[in-house]
Ligand binder design. Structure first.
Ligand code: PXG
Length: 454
């Protein structure tokens, strides 16, 4: 712990003595001490040392409308005073959850008019797994249980979420995945495409779905789940041939398609949902994060009418959470969606800031460390390599982490997934702030290159 600031040191010692942080090496964190974030406004964070940091990750992909919107605080406060809690079990409901369900149906793809609410994206995917199996059981096909997912996909950290996800380092802990979940290749051309062109590789990766369906037998497959663009896996934008081929396969076999929209949903791609961007027509969509801009926890599952019609015939769905559709979270989500609509935030991403960010980011292609820049909407990835032509990495150097540290030290949050640097700034980022982000990113790439050469 290096801080000279007694307040920072005090918070860091509280962390050491009492806090177990998610996705962290507990012992290492004790040695370094966490950075303490104390306040935020717009796209900027401040830490306890007084540093101002441009948040290129919108928190954890969630703070869509930016930090510091009083309207959301006011909506929460008003709802807390009126009805801070009531549940949706036992044939009760409350106004905010009903109004929110309607507001979501209004923006969701056509024919998706019902929402099951949860407290998080992970719970949304747990709900999905149980709902898919319940659906097929009602239809008299209880064997259609297997969910096909993808390697390096991310679907959460509960037992079902981590099993659905394809992160091997998560599976290694706790004997995952649970039975009934299988993984196929991801459409990650830069990392895994070998000698194929991106288009050839996209078709190859999509064909893995058909092969898996045939291997398991369509009578045993319940659903395929995928993020339109993989987020936590490294902002993996599939080759253009991928989704059209997947859609052909889905049309051919009687299985459900679940789009995990936890990152892509609520404007990230410049459309309301990633499924709109790729015209995917899912049967279910998992949502969270941007639903409340992260101001308060909430997730859910949007369900297609044709699926609901079957569920209607199935008696009780024995599933739900204390905080399903929490009134305060629902009031915040409603206000968040209102702001997105009234201020035309997604239209601005679509027409102005996404094209500008994508253009400016691609200028980094001329940097000696950069093997590829890709992105859609306000999602971006920068691949760090030793050799541009062969896509060869700097083996064993931890280049991504070196770059990430330079970013931290220079007032920019840019994440590293292996040697892929990723960004997903708040949707309200302005062109001037994009200029600042790209300038800082370039500076940190320069510093990283010097460190590697030095
Ligand atoms: N699906 C997707 C696509 C996600 O990105 C979840 C489900 C789970 O949501 P909850 O609300 O249960 O966390 C997520 C979450 C990272 C990182 O390292 C990403 C997420 C969560 C934690 C870390 O990028 N995404």
């Amino acid at each position: 712990m290096s801080s000279n600031n007694p307040q920072t040191r005090e918070w860091q010692s509280l962390s050491n003595e009492h806090h177990l942080a998610p996705f962290s090496d507990f012992k290492q964190l004790k040695e370094k001490g966490p950075r303490i974030i104390t306040s935020a406004k717009g796209v900027y964070l401040w830490d306890s040392e007084g540093n101002k940091i441009l948040d290129g990750m919108a928190g954890l992909w969630c703070v869509a409308i930016g930090y510091g919107r009083d309207e959301l605080a006011d909506a929460a406060s008003k709802q807390m005073r009126e009805l801070p809690y009531y549940n949706l079990f036992f044939q009760t409901a409350h106004p905010p959850v009903l109004e929110l369900a309607k507001a979501i149906a209004d923006i969701a793809p056509q024919g998706m008019n019902h929402v099951f609410f949860t407290g998080s994206g992970s719970e949304g995917n747990d709900t999905m797994l149980r709902m898919v199996r319940h659906y097929w059981a009602i239809k008299g096909q209880p064997n259609k249980k297997v969910i096909i997912s993808r390697k390096n996909g991310y679907h959460g950290s509960t037992v079902a979420g981590a099993s659905l996800g394809g992160m091997t380092y998560m599976h290694e802990q706790g004997d995952l995945p649970i039975p009934g979940i299988v993984h196929i290749a991801q459409p990650y051309w830069f990392g895994e495409g070998g000698d194929m062109t991106p288009e050839e590789f996209g078709v190859w990766a999509a064909n893995q779905l058909e092969e898996k369906i045939l291997e398991i037998g369509v009578d045993n497959v319940g659903a395929f789940i995928a993020e339109p663009i993989q987020g936590a896996g490294g902002v993996i934008v599939p080759p253009e041939s991928y989704w059209p081929r997947i859609k052909e396969i889905l049309a051919k076999y009687d299985i459900l398609f679940v789009a995990d929209e936890v990152i892509c949903g609520f404007g990230r791609t410049g459309e309301w949902f990633g499924s709109d961007y790729y015209d995917l027509k899912p049967d279910m969509m998992t949502i969270a994060k941007g639903l409340t801009s992260g101001y308060i926890p909430m997730g859910g599952l949007i369900v297609r009418d044709s699926v609901v019609e079957v569920l209607n015939e199935g008696g009780d769905f024995n599933h739900g959470f204390t905080y399903s559709g929490h009134p305060v979270a629902a009031a915040v989500a409603l206000e968040n969606i209102r702001i997105m609509r009234d201020e035309k935030i997604i239209e601005r991403v679509h027409t102005e800031t996404a094209p500008y960010l994508q253009k400016r980011l691609r200028e980094l292609n001329d940097h000696p460390l950069v093997g590829e820049v890709r992105g859609v909407g306000l999602l971006g990835a920068i691949e760090l390599v030793q050799d541009k032509a062969t896509r060869k990495r700097y083996e064993g150097k931890g280049v991504g982490m070196i770059c990430r540290q330079f970013c931290f030290d220079n007032g920019l949050i840019m994440r590293a997934v292996g040697d892929t640097m990723i960004i997903a700034p708040p949707l309200v980022i302005t062109p001037a702030e994009i200029d600042e982000l790209v300038a800082k990113a370039r500076k940190c790439l320069d510093l990283t290159l010097s460190a590697l050469q030095g």
